[in-house]
Design a protein around this ligand. Structure first.
Ligand SMILES: *[C@@H]1O[C@H](CO)[C@@H](O)[C@H](O)[C@H]1NC(C)=O
Ligand SMILES: *[C@@H]1O[C@H](CO)[C@@H](O)[C@H](O)[C@H]1NC(C)=O
Ligand SMILES: *[C@@H]1O[C@H](CO)[C@@H](O)[C@H](O)[C@H]1NC(C)=O
Ligand SMILES: *[C@@H]1O[C@H](CO)[C@@H](O)[C@H](O)[C@H]1NC(C)=O
Ligand SMILES: *[C@@H]1O[C@H](CO)[C@@H](O)[C@H](O)[C@H]1NC(C)=O
Ligand SMILES: *[C@@H]1O[C@H](CO)[C@@H](O)[C@H](O)[C@H]1NC(C)=O
Ligand SMILES: *[C@@H]1O[C@H](CO)[C@@H](O)[C@H](O)[C@H]1NC(C)=O
Length: 474
């Protein structure tokens, strides 16, 4: 009898532990296949990717998991700029500004897609060599694309002259999208979207789905549509080499659009892409960001992008821009802060006094990755010194980023120590960003400084253990 009860209990326990095991595995990270450089995590109704052991970082190749970023779709992107075809941010300034971090991320994401997708076949690409207005009519006739086109494939590339407008009608969705280089005096309707291009004549590289989405909010769109195209304008105006549906071309040109902006708007003296918006903090009035501010994260990510440009061009001017980009990270305190007056930090949001700091973790690690990227093409001793100094800071400072109440969860910054503000727990997605950055840095340091590599690895393990047990932190 007792034996039977024991057997029953044993049996029940076995079932319970199987169920628990199943849940643990089910909730934890999953690899899709053995070759993938990424491990996929489904949580909070999102798909996230961290790095797998197949991931090999290289300063010429794709950047972390950025191939899966959709920067232009983010709600913080107000619209795509009319001159550069790069995102305009609404963060901290509702009427928009060109925010170097967002722009660099946009460029790095398209570069990364290009690198990961090179083997993808493009099926439905449509070309029109030249579209001109009819002689006696202000507009050309409509050019119809024969097949239905998926909205997710509405990449468009063309050269456009001044004084004309390119009209694209989406028939089922009843939308007219107009790229215009002339003053259009049409009354605005909810179904007519006018993108007032500037800087013509020029090459234009846009994603029509995003131009529609950013103009008309909350509109239900059917996923594919028939489109027709025409030009209106003066007799000598034209649209040349119009291509619809080539995502590779779009990725490539988006990358170049970013490099154009970076090269054009870098401050030549300091190397900074200065940010002029006033950043506001919820409840904090006691500390201020320098104005204008130079973000170590922006400098680092822009440097990573320009290193990739230089790897293509070998152009000495691009190398100079790369060197300037990280100048503010090593030659002055313009982007730096010192923890306990001792440990150097590269600040994403440098405060007015270098004696104060927020010590944002991800921003500093991105900046460090930028310095490491630059060091691979420009092996200067002052860069190596900076890299070692940062490794030293991280040895001493990483322990402070462990959440004291939530086991092995990470903190976003150290403002609770330096500014006595409320503890700033990392959101789920930032916690994963910390993991990815430390995974990548651990790999990079494995060859040159094993103890630092192991240190980063141990934090990867700790932070990973937190996500398999806890998935609902905000
Ligand atoms: C999860 O995502 C889907 C698709 O994006 C959306 O329709 C759904 O409302 C989301 N659910 C929650 C709980 O956010
Ligand atoms: C465009 O139109 C304006 C005003 O009609 C005119 O002054 C200008 O010369 C035109 N530009 C070109 C390149 O045709
Ligand atoms: C533009 O439209 C407004 C209002 O519809 C009208 O008053 C104005 O005369 C128009 N201008 C031109 C140049 O057609
Ligand atoms: C798409 O664009 C890329 C990059 O310019 C080019 O190499 C490729 O041939 C194009 N694909 C098609 C199908 O036109
Ligand atoms: C930066 O600040 C630190 C600490 O305040 C100081 O020791 C150092 O000399 C400064 N460096 C430069 C280049 O101004
Ligand atoms: C590795 O980095 C740590 C921390 O900066 C430093 O103390 C150590 O000397 C470095 N080791 C090597 C081999 O460079
Ligand atoms: C934190 O993570 C480490 C490494 O995975 C693990 O050994 C430790 O038990 C974890 N701590 C807690 C409190 O869960």
């Amino acid at each position: 009898m007792r034996c039977r009860v024991r057997r029953l209990i044993f049996f029940l326990l076995a079932i319970v532990s199987l169920v628990i095991l199943y849940q643990l595995i089910g909730k934890g990270p999953q690899t899709i296949n053995d070759q993938s450089p990424f491990i996929i995590i489904h949580a909070k109704n999102h798909t996230y990717r961290i790095l797998s052991s197949n991931f090999k970082y290289n300063s010429r190749e794709s950047y972390l998991n950025f191939a899966y970023f959709n920067v232009e779709q983010r709600s913080r992107v107000l619209h795509i700029d009319y001159f550069y075809d790069i995102p305009v941010s609404s963060q901290w300034q509702l009427n928009g500004h060109l925010y170097p971090i967002q722009i660099a991320q946009f460029g790095l994401s398209h570069w990364s897609r290009l690198k990961l997708n090179t083997k993808i076949k493009q099926n439905h690409v449509y070309r029109f060599e030249r579209i001109k207005p009819n002689k006696d009519n202000y507009c050309s006739s409509w050019n119809m694309i024969k097949n239905r086109i998926d909205l997710s494939n509405t990449f468009i590339h063309f050269a456009i002259s001044s004084n004309c407008s390119l009209h694209i009608q989406f028939l089922d969705n009843d939308i007219e999208l107009i790229y215009s280089t002339r003053k259009i005096n049409d009354s605005k309707t909810s179904r007519k979207i006018i993108i007032p291009l500037t800087g013509f004549p020029r090459q234009v590289n846009r994603y029509m789905k995003i131009d529609i989405r950013k103009s008309i909010d909350n509109l239900f769109l059917s996923k594919s549509d028939f489109i027709k195209i025409r030009i209106c304008g003066e007799p000598n105006s034209f649209v040349n080499e119009l291509i619809v549906g080539n995502q590779t071309l779009y990725n490539q040109q988006a990358f170049y659009s970013v490099t154009r902006w970076l090269l054009h708007s870098q401050d030549l003296k300091t190397g900074c892409w200065f940010i002029h918006v006033k950043r506001t903090y919820g409840n904090h009035h006691q500390y201020r960001i320098r104005v204008p501010w130079c973000s170590a994260m922006a400098q680092g990510q822009a440097a990573s992008l320009l290193v990739r440009l230089y790897s293509l061009t070998n152009d000495i001017q691009h190398l100079s821009a790369v060197r300037r980009a990280i100048q503010p990270l090593w030659s002055s305190n313009i982007t730096r802060a010192y923890f306990n007056n001792r440990y150097l930090w590269l600040e994403e949001y440098p405060l007015e006094s270098p004696a104060e700091g927020l010590f944002v973790l991800n921003g500093c690690l991105y900046a460090l990755l930028g310095v490491i990227d630059v060091h691979t093409i420009d092996p200067q001793s002052y860069l190596l010194e900076l890299i070692n100094e940062m490794a030293n800071s991280l040895h001493h400072m990483l322990p402070y980023y462990i959440h004291p109440k939530v086991s092995n969860w990470s903190l976003y910054d150290l403002s609770h120590i330096t500014l006595q503000s409320k503890r700033n727990s990392a959101t789920y997605s930032y916690h994963l960003v910390h993991i990815i950055l430390l995974q990548c840095l651990s790999q990079i340091f494995r060859e040159t400084n094993f103890s630092t590599s192991q240190l980063f690895d141990s934090y990867v393990q700790r932070f990973l253990s937190a996500i398999s047990s806890k998935t609902n932190i905000d």
